[in-house]
Ligand binder design. Structure first.
Ligand SMILES: NC(=O)c1ccc[n+]([C@@H]2O[C@H](COP(=O)([O-])OP(=O)(O)OC[C@H]3O[C@@H](n4cnc5c(N)ncnc54)[C@H](OP(=O)(O)O)[C@@H]3O)[C@@H](O)[C@H]2O)c1
Length: 453
C-alpha cells in the first residue's frame, strides 16, 4: 500500500523520499519506479528519510497496524522536530489515534490519522481519503492529498473530516459497511448456489445487477470473480478457495465502538460474526452431521434477491451513518455526514450508485440521524423490503443461513414500531432490581411497580 501511494504522489508531480525497513523492498521499489525516478529519493534509514525532507517535514507511515505503528512513530519522533507532521495512513483503532495525537502534541509534533480506502489499485491510482487531526496540520498537505485522491465528477474524494481520531473512525465504519455489503452479497451467492444456479449464470446475474440500483464496485468484482477459472485444476476459482474468511480488525472495531456508543450496527455485526464462525471449519462439519434437519434449496426470483440486497444494503449503510452521528456527538467532531458520503462515491471499496443518493439525502438533513427516514430512502425501502421479507422468510424456513439479511430485517422491523415490548423488560428490571421505570401517563422517572414483597 505504501509503495502504491508513493508512486501515486510522485506521478502527480510531487517529490517524495521513501523508506522501508527491509532494504530489498526499497530496492525492488526503485527498480519498478520507471519514469518517476527523478521524483523519488530512496532512504536506507529513517534518519536518512527525515534528512531528505524540507521543513516543516511531513512523513506518511503505511505499516502494519498496531505495535509497528507505535514503534515507527517512536523512532520518527526522536529525529523529527517541533512543527513537523507524522501521518498514519494505515488502518488504526481510532482510540490509538487519539492517544498518539495527544502524546505527539506534547512533543510539539503534528499528527494526522488518515483512512485510505481502495486497496492497492486505489492507493496507486486514486483512493478515497478520510483525514482526521488538527485542521491546521492538514492545510500544508491538502494539495497533495486532493491531487492523489479519486475524483467523483471532478470532486476529490478526500477531505479533512474532524479532529484527532475522526478520520480513522470514519475509515473503520467504512470498512464495517464493507463487511456487511460483502456478507450480503455472499449470502445471495449462497442462496443461488443451493438453488442450482450455475456460476456462469450467476456471474451474468451479478453483471446485470451492476447495471441497476445495486451498481457498485463489490457487485462488479463479484461478477468478475464468479467467471474466473483456476487454470491448474480447470475448476471455478471460488470452488478451490477454502471457505474461511480473514479479517484484520476494522469490522470488529466498528461493532465494539457501536456497542460502546449505545448503538448496535447489527448488519455489520452479523458480517463480522459470519467471518469469525467461518474459521471453525471442522466444527461446522461436525455440526452439519449432528443437525441434518431441513436444508432445502430456496426458489427465489432474481428480482426478489436484487431488491432484498438493495434493502439490506440501505439498512447497513443507515446503521453505519447512525453510528458516525453518535460518535460525532460523543467526541464533539461535528462530522459532516454528507461530506463523508460524498468522499465515498469514488475510489473506495464501498463506492456505489447508492452513495450519491445517500450524499444528497444526508445533505437535506436526516431526521434522528437515520438515513432510512430520509424521503428518498423511505420510498426505496417501502418498495424493496417486501422482497427482503420474502427472501428472509423462505431462507429461514428452508434452513439456509442468511445472518446479515435477517439482521437487517430484524432491525428494520424493530425500529418501525412506535410501541415495542421493552415495557415488559422495564417491569422485569424493576421487579428484581428496583431499577424504576417511566410511565406513559405521568412525567418523571423512577416509578416502581406494585410487586409483592
Ligand atoms: N491492503 C489493503 O488493501 C489496505 C487498504 C487500506 C488500508 N490498508 C492499511 O494500510 C496499512 C499497510 O497495509 P499493507 O496492505 O501494505 O500491508 P501490511 O502487512 O499491513 O504492512 C506492510 C508494511 O508494514 C511494514 N512493517 C511491518 N511491521 C513493521 C515494523 N515493526 N516496523 C516497520 N515496518 C513494519 C512492512 O515492512 P516489511 O516490508 O519490511 O515487512 C511493510 O512495509 C495497514 O494499516 C493496512 O490495514 C491496507
Amino acid at each position: 500500500m505504501g509503495a502504491a501511494l508513493a508512486m501515486n504522489i510522485a506521478e502527480k508531480g510531487f517529490g517524495i523520499a521513501v523508506h522501508n525497513r527491509s532494504s530489498e523492498k526499497l530496492d525492488d521499489f526503485m527498480e519498478n519506479v520507471g519514469d518517476l525516478e527523478d521524483q523519488v529519493t530512496p532512504a536506507e534509514s529513517l534518519d536518512g528519510l527525515v534528512a531528505a525532507l524540507g521543513t516543516p517535514r511531513a512523513v506518511i507511515i503505511m505499516v502494519k497496524a498496531g505495535e509497528p505503528v507505535d514503534s515507527v512513530i517512536e523512532s520518527l519522533s526522536e529525529v523529527m522536530e517541533p512543527g513537523d507532521l507524522i501521518i498514519d495512513a494505515g488502518n488504526a483503532d481510532f482510540n490509538d489515534t487519539r492517544a498518539r495525537h495527544a502524546a505527539l502534541s506534547e512533543k510539539g509534533l503534528n499528527f494526522l490519522g488518515v483512512g485510505v480506502s481502495g486497496g492497492e489499485e486505489g492507493a496507486r491510482h486514486g483512493p478515497s481519503i478520510m483525514v482526521g487531526g488538527d485542521r491546521e496540520a492538514y492545510a500544508p498537505i491538502e494539495d497533495i492529498i486532493t491531487a492523489i485522491a479519486a475524483k467523483f465528477e471532478g470532486d476529490p474524494c478526500a477531505d479533512w473530516l474532524g479532529p484527532d481520531g475522526a478520520g480513522h473512525f470514519v475509515k473503520t465504519v467504512h470498512n464495517g459497511i464493507e463487511y456487511a455489503d460483502m456478507q450480503l452479497i455472499a449470502e445471495a451467492y449462497g442462496l443461488m448456489r443451493t438453488a442450482g444456479v450455475s456460476l456462469g449464470d450467476m456471474a451474468e446475474v451479478f453483471a446485470n445487477w451492476n447495471k441497476g440500483p445495486l451498481q457498485s464496485y463489490l457487485i462488479e468484482i463479484t461478477a468478475e470473480i464468479l467467471a474466473v477459472t483456476d487454470s491448474p485444476t480447470g475448476k471455478p476459482v471460488v470452488d478451490i478457495i477454502m471457505d474461511k474468511a480473514g479479517q484484520k480488525g476494522t469490522g470488529r472495531w466498528t461493532v465494539i465502538e457501536a456497542l460502546k456508543l449505545g448503538q448496535s450496527a447489527t448488519t455489520i455485526e452479523a458480517a463480522v460474526a459470519a467471518r469469525s464462525w467461518s474459521a471453525g471449519k471442522e466444527m461446522r462439519a461436525a455440526a452439519e452431521d449432528a443437525f441434518p434437519g431441513v436444508r432445502d434449496a430456496v426458489d427465489l426470483a432474481n428480482a426478489d434477491l436484487e431488491a432484498a440486497l438493495l434493502a439490506a444494503r440501505i439498512i447497513g449503510y443507515g446503521q453505519g451513518m447512525a453510528l458516525l452521528a453518535a460518535a460525532s456527538e460523543a467526541f464533539e467532531w461535528s462530522l459532516d455526514l454528507a461530506r463523508v458520503a460524498e468522499i465515498w462515491r469514488a475510489g473506495c471499496i464501498i463506492r456505489s450508485a447508492l452513495l450519491d443518493e445517500i450524499a444528497s439525502g444526508t445533505r437535506e438533513g436526516l431526521q434522528f440521524d437515520q438515513l432510512i427516514l430520509s424521503p428518498a430512502f423511505v420510498e426505496r425501502l417501502n418498495e424493496t423490503v417486501p422482497a427482503l421479507r420474502r427472501v428472509v422468510a423462505a431462507s429461514v424456513s428452508s434452513g439456509q443461513p442468511i445472518p446479515a439479511f435477517a439482521a437487517a430485517l430484524s432491525y428494520f422491523d424493530t425500529i418501525r414500531r412506535a410501541r415495542g415490548t421493552t415495557d415488559l423488560i422495564q417491569a422485569q428490571r424493576d421487579f428484581f432490581g428496583r431499577h424504576g421505570f417511566e410511565r406513559v401517563d405521568k412525567d418523571g422517572t423512577g416509578f416502581h411497580g406494585p410487586w409483592a414483597e
